[in-house]
Design a protein around this ligand. Structure first.
Ligand SMILES: C[S@@+](CC[C@H](N)C(=O)[O-])C[C@H]1O[C@@H](n2cnc3c(N)ncnc32)[C@H](O)[C@@H]1O
Length: 403
């Protein structure tokens, strides 16, 4: 498939509707939006609570942090003309929200802890349970600080994703908490009376090339991921392996213009800089990853961090010498096969002909097939590793096909 068409499909929105009683709220989805290609299952749970009158619709000065492109924003508008704002922490979600018609000023690139104290009357929150409890706690602390004294928090979660623990943590930070609706395992809660407390959202740990500062909920926020460790090992073997290891190389890290695709904490980007890269562009869809990579790469020079998904928005994201990546295969808790194809297509688009890809992935994923049209594909998985495979390959000099 041609890389450009894979990337176009990646960004193409799907039209959906969220039904709340007799009201139909128009929505869009796309790869990277929770629930894609359908609707996030937390939304029908909220709709039921609203339709049964267990929950008041959005009131004034509310924030939609339900993870998608503004379902509650649309509801406020449709029911009562109330305008709120949403926090977008994914570039794909932000792009989709803007396509849906959300006003740019109402679509804020902020985390809950970035909001001014006592600035919000109401928050609609669907925590991303896959980001872990540290992230949950930091977001909750952010809400209890950002809400006004009479403010209310509306949250939705599933009983199999730690609902009881979530409710205990919310009860510790709010005067009252009520479970207003239970349906199909989903629980909708309403809490009022925040008690402001602000533990910081940053984590510090020792990375392979020095200290790391990462925001909670970033991928591998407090450790080096096992797959990334193997990729670094394979890169080191290549860098120090002399002529034999490099015999098929037309680009290595020294002197190269490098893209770290899906940079997370920035751990791979920093290795590229330490290995002598001429420049590094670190790109991630996740706003917390972008902030974390900025912290990791601060003072390293020659690095730029870009908040973008695979659409490669940064002008320098084309014609690069090397792409390093540990691609994801989940959006939230769902496995999304399109991400693997999208990452290979984005790497292909970013590289100059003859440029080199370094990739580590879960051994079960079909990257050998996705790299079939690349040149000099080699598996360079360090000995003994079973769960992951490391590949290096060159972008073909003449073809624009990716598989
Ligand atoms: C497996 S993690 C690797 C992170 C980091 N490179 C490391 O080695 O620790 C994959 C990263 O890809 C990011 N990601 C997911 N979907 C993306 C997309 N559509 N565009 C760009 N980045 C994305 C995730 O936010 C995550 O940080």
């Amino acid at each position: 498939m041609v890389a450009e068409s894979v990337l176009a499909a990646h960004a193409a929105p799907v039209e959906l509707a969220w039904r709340v009683g007799a009201t139909e709220v128009p929505l869009l989805s796309a790869v990277g939006v929770p629930g894609y290609p359908g609707i996030d299952p937390a939304l029908p749970a909220l709709a039921e609570a609203l339709a049964r009158g267990r929950l008041q619709p959005p009131l004034s000065s509310f924030v939609d942090f339900t993870g998608g492109p503004g379902a509650v924003l649309g509801l406020g508008h449709a029911l009562s003309g109330v305008r709120g704002s949403m926090l977008a922490v994914s570039a794909a979600v932000r792009r989709t929200a803007l396509e849906l018609g959300v006003d740019e000023a109402a679509c804020r690139a902020d985390h809950p802890w970035d909001l001014p104290a006592a600035s919000v009357d109401e928050v609609w929150w669907r925590p991303a349970s896959e980001r872990g409890w540290a992230r949950f706690g930091a977001e909750l602390a952010g809400w209890s600080r950002a809400l006004t004294a009479q403010g209310r928090l509306i949250a939705v979660w599933h009983k199999d994703q730690g609902a009881r623990r979530a409710e205990r943590l919310v009860a510790e930070r709010f005067e009252t908490l009520e479970v207003v609706n239970r349906a199909s395992g989903w629980r909708v809660v309403e809490a009022r009376g925040p008690r402001a407390e602000t533990p910081g959202p940053w984590l510090s740990w020792d990375g392979p090339d020095g200290p790391m500062r990462t925001l909670v909920g970033t991928f591998a926020a407090d450790r080096l991921d096992a797959g990334s460790a193997l990729l670094l090992e394979a890169l080191s073997a290549y860098e120090t392996g002399g002529r034999e290891a490099r015999s098929e190389a037309s680009a290595d890290l020294a002197g190269a213009r490098v893209l770290d695709l899906g940079c997370g904490s920035g751990v791979l980007a920093r290795r590229a800089l330490r290995a002598g890269a001429a420049s590094v562009l670190a790109l991630d869809d996740d706003l917390a990853a972008v902030r974390s990579s900025e912290a990791t790469l601060a003072g390293e020079g020659k690095a730029r961090v870009d908040w973008s998904d695979l659409t490669l928005d940064a002008p320098e994201a084309r014609e690069l010498d090397v792409v390093i990546t540990n691609p994801p295969f989940h959006v939230g808790r769902s496995v999304v096969g399109a991400l693997s194809r999208g990452f290979v297509a984005a790497a292909h688009t970013a590289l100059r002909p003859g440029g080199r890809l370094w990739l580590v992935a879960n051994a079960a994923l079909p990257f050998d097939r996705l790299l079939a049209s690349w040149q000099s594909v080699r598996e360079v998985t360090p000995a003994g590793a079973r769960a992951y495979r490391v590949f290096t390959a060159l972008r073909a000099k003449s073809s624009r096909r990716t598989s």
